[in-house]
Write a protein that binds this ligand. Structure first.
Ligand code: HEM
Length: 198
């Protein structure tokens, strides 16, 4: 693994931001040249949601896997990309599905409760995205770490939203849930260890 770590150390963060835009390029390509599916709105919406999930859950995995591979340097980029894709996913719903009509959006939220979980997850991610910069880390000090603990409820709500929008939870859905539980448990163990060391 040392060779991998050495190679990763040489990768600049901008490469991760750039690579993170590949799924968006792919979705745009499928939309323009066919392949997005019979229902393009759903095709776009679902793909953006899935990419967001990959980045957000992937971001949570960085800390527990660091004993094997240290990706801490890329954590901010991965988190911000996750937020970016959630924002696009929300925009796709508002724009293509709701036609930017607020009354329609409110009616849809009322009709499909899982959307509320998605919205809360998005709202929780906003302060995290806004403070994902060195100036905020310096300014907020210890409070910054506390604030960024919000990522756990945010991603949990994102996964709950994803599972709730299925009529029957698929195998893939169970896998996402299992991965989330493992990641939350890893965090909890670290938390408990820190408290007992105090
Ligand atoms: C952390 C936040 C969120 C995550 C991780 C997320 C993720 C997902 C995923 C993975 C899917 C299903 C994709 C698939 O089956 O391939 C989905 C579906 C959907 N999401 Fe989200 N989402 C989030 C927030 C939101 C928000 C804020 C809205 C807008 C209110 C929203 C609206 C929708 C809609 C309309 C669907 C499609 C449901 C259907 O086809 O019936 N999501 N989301």
């Amino acid at each position: 693994m040392r060779w991998l770590q050495g190679a990763l150390r040489k990768v600049p963060t901008w490469v991760v931001y750039l690579a993170g835009l590949i799924p968006l390029g792919w979705i745009v390509y499928l939309t323009l040249y066919g392949g997005i599916g019979v229902d393009p709105v759903k095709g776009i919406e679902h793909r953006l949601g899935k990419v967001a999930l990959w980045f957000l859950v992937g971001g949570l995995a960085i800390s527990p896997v660091r004993r094997w591979v240290n990706l801490l340097k890329f954590r901010r980029a991965i988190g911000l990309l996750g937020f970016f894709y959630v924002a696009l996913h929300l925009t796709a719903w508002l724009w293509f599905d709701m036609g930017l009509l607020l009354s329609q959006a409110v009616a849809d939220l009322w009709k499909r409760p899982y959307l509320t979980y998605g919205i809360i997850a998005f709202l929780l991610l906003i302060p995290l995205a806004l403070t994902s910069n060195n100036a905020s880390i310096r300014k907020l000090g210890a409070k910054w770490r506390m604030l960024h603990m919000l990522v756990y409820p945010a991603v949990t709500l994102g996964v709950v939203h994803y599972l709730m929008q299925m009529k029957v939870i698929s195998n893939e859905g169970w896998i996402w849930l299992a991965v989330l539980i493992v990641l939350l448990a890893a965090r909890w163990r670290k938390f408990a260890a820190l408290r007992s060391n105090r």
